[in-house]
Each structure stands twice: as structure tokens, then as C-alpha cells.
Design a protein around this ligand. Structure first.
Ligand code: SF4
Ligand code: SF4
Length: 165
């Protein structure tokens, strides 16, 4: 989550698991100091990381941004933010896009039911993927599946950082 002109403060999609499902620490970062700040770190062959949605994103903001969040969080700029910074889109228009994506995300999480068990968007997608082979599941959850597909397309189009700004 970058901190730019209030857009990221109001958006936070990159902390909520809608764009990534994990955040990696860089090699030169001290894992123990992040653990002391409240990060629940895991370790695999790529190094230390934590899962999204980030538990330190609370009430619409990163509660460790000032004290020190991972450098990858500070450096990250999604496509929408890069377009704003380059003057290709007005900040107000971008805020509208971020608001719409957040509304879609909230609707998906709400309509999936047990949000705590499913752990936000990442959990909802995992749950759908696990059950997708069942015809009755697809039939009973057709609307939810469509909403997930639509949000993914929306995110790819507006937020995917690898697309040109
Ligand atoms: S998804 Fe983009 S606009 Fe939203 S908080 Fe992250 S960097 Fe900012
Ligand atoms: S540490 Fe802060 S910026 Fe990084 S994912 Fe968590 S809430 Fe977002």
C-alpha cells in the first residue's frame, strides 16, 4: 500500500488480498523485528512472507505504515496509482474506480457468508476453487462465482501492476 494523495488510504485493495495472496520480505529485511511489530511471518524456500489479507490493515489503514512496514509495501504501485502519478487519470476518477472495486469486494465477502472462516477474498476464492468441480455447488453459487470473475477482470484491467500505465 503506497501512501499517495489519499487514494491508497481509501483503497487498500493490495492489503486485502484482492491483488496478492502473500507479501514477501526482502532478503535484507529483519524478520524478527517485523515479528515484534505484529507480523505473523511464515518461511518457505523463497524466504519470509505473510499472508493476505494483511492482519495489520485495520479500519481502512495500515497500522504499521509510519512505524515501518515491509519495503515491498512502500514501493508497490498498482497500475491505477501509476496512471495517477503520471497524470494519465484524474485522482477523483481513480478514487471512483477504487471505490467500485472495494464495493464489489465487500459484496463478495458478505454474500459468501462465513467471512471469518473464509478469511476474506483469498479465502472465498479458495473455497470456490475447492468446490468448483461440484455441479450443485456451481448452480447454488452461480452469482457469487460471476461476481468473483467480474472483480478479477476489473482488478486486472485497473490495478494489475504489470500492465502499462
Ligand atoms: S491497490 Fe493501488 S490504489 Fe489501492 S491501495 Fe494499493 S497501490 Fe493504492
Ligand atoms: S503491512 Fe501495511 S501496507 Fe503492507 S500489506 Fe499490511 S497493511 Fe498493507
Amino acid at each position: 500500500m503506497h501512501k499517495s494523495q489519499g487514494l491508497c488510504i481509501r483503497c487498500g485493495l493490495c492489503c486485502k488480498g484482492a491483488i496478492f495472496n502473500r507479501v514477501d520480505l526482502r532478503e535484507n529485511e529483519n524478520a524478527h523485528s517485523f515479528e515484534r511489530s505484529g507480523f505473523d511471518l511464515l518461511l518457505d524456500e523463497k524466504g519470509y512472507y505473510f499472508l493476505q489479507p494483511c492482519t495489520l490493515h485495520r479500519e481502512g489503514r495500515c497500522i504499521v505504515y509510519e512505524a515501518g512496514c515491509p519495503s515491498i509495501c512502500r514501493d508497490f504501485q498498482c497500475r491505477l496509482l501509476r496512471r495517477c502519478l503520471r497524470g494519465r487519470i484524474e485522482w477523483d476518477e481513480a478514487a471512483g474506480i477504487a471505490k467500485k472495486a472495494n464495493e464489489m469486494l465487500s459484496k463478495i465477502i458478505e454474500s459468501s457468508g462465513d467471512t471469518e472462516r473464509l478469511q476474506g477474498f483469498v479465502g472465498v476464492v479458495k473455497y470456490v476453487n475447492q468446490n468448483f468441480t461440484s455441479m450443485s455447488f456451481r448452480k447454488n453459487n452461480a452469482q457469487l462465482i460471476l461476481e468473483i470473475m467480474y472483480l478479477r477482470k476489473y482488478i486486472e484491467r485497473h490495478f494489475w501492476e504489470k500492465l502499462p500505465a
